[in-house]
Design a protein around this ligand. Structure first.
Ligand code: ZN
Length: 152
């Protein structure tokens, strides 16, 4: 399961009642994206929630792909967002707090932790591969990316 399958809408029940409908808790579920980001749902949400939903749409759902919002761009951008927070020195708990403030989303910090671990392992594998290919600059780049993720 991708980390984006484990990102949830905060105040889910409250939102569902404002919208007078039910939708999945998972933020990146197709039905959630459809409901919150297409159609007229926004008007039924309180203004704080509207702002967060709009921010999310602006930051992650701004592509022009035909398959939008099912093209995968949102998930890719969100993963980038998580890695950037880590590179800025945020730990898993702090990352969960930030996504709550930014977009009214939440995740379990344990899931964020395993995602970050996995990302570092992926970088390590890529780094090792780049070394064997004598691709120095690529290897250096990856090593720097890894340092950003691990030092915090
Ligand atoms: Zn796209």
């Amino acid at each position: 399961m991708a980390i984006t399958d484990k990102i949830y809408v905060k105040n889910h029940r409250q939102l569902a009642s404002q919208l007078e409908t039910s939708f999945p808790k998972s933020a990146f579920a197709g039905a959630t994206l459809d409901l919150l980001f297409t159609g007229n749902s926004l008007a039924n949400l309180d203004s704080t929630t509207q702002d967060r939903v709009l921010d999310f749409a602006e930051d992650f759902l701004d592509c022009d792909c035909k398959a939008h919002p099912y093209c995968g761009c949102a998930e890719r951008k969100f993963i980038q967002y998580l890695l950037e927070l880590r590179a800025q020195g945020f730990g898993p708990d702090a990352i969960v707090d930030v996504m709550g403030d930014d977009y009214m989303l939440y995740a379990y910090s344990g899931d964020i932790l395993s995602f970050l671990d996995q990302s570092v392992r992926t970088l390590e594998a890529a780094e090792a591969l780049a070394k064997t290919e004598a691709d120095r600059s690529r290897s250096q780049e990856l090593s720097e990316a890894k340092r950003e993720l691990t030092n915090g």
